[in-house]
Design a protein. Structure first.
Length: 114
């Protein structure tokens, strides 16, 4: 899977935007997917050792289950290991990847006011 394909998978709503906040050369290609409405991150698309990965937010229990079930899912890189997972988009089933992207988007979405 190419980086742009992975980013397209993350553009699941008008509230999802692609940003490049890191200026240093080594991180200039790192894409932060965030909510337009609250600026919260829901995905980090990046290269590690020239391999494409995605970090996604998840509930701790779900993250633990995903890591046990799929060898391609590990604790999040450079993030809170309890709340973030790192997925290899080449080795993670497409339907699973889409579900965890959607879940991450929903977990970080703006809370509705009562």
């Amino acid at each position: 899977m190419k980086k742009q394909e992975l980013i397209q998978r993350c553009l699941i709503s008008d509230d999802a935007i692609e940003t490049y906040p890191f200026g240093r050369d080594e991180y200039k290609d790192t894409c932060v997917m965030r909510h337009k409405s609250n600026d919260k991150w829901f995905a980090l698309v990046f290269y590690l050792d020239k391999k494409l990965y995605i970090n996604l937010k998840t509930e701790p229990e779900i993250g633990a289950l995903l890591r046990m079930q799929y060898p391609s899912i590990t604790p999040g890189w450079h993030m809170n290991k309890k709340h973030w997972i790192k997925a290899d988009p080449e080795k993670t089933p497409s339907d699973v990847l889409d579900r965890i992207i959607k879940n991450s988007f929903e977990l970080t979405a703006p809370k509705s006011k009562k």
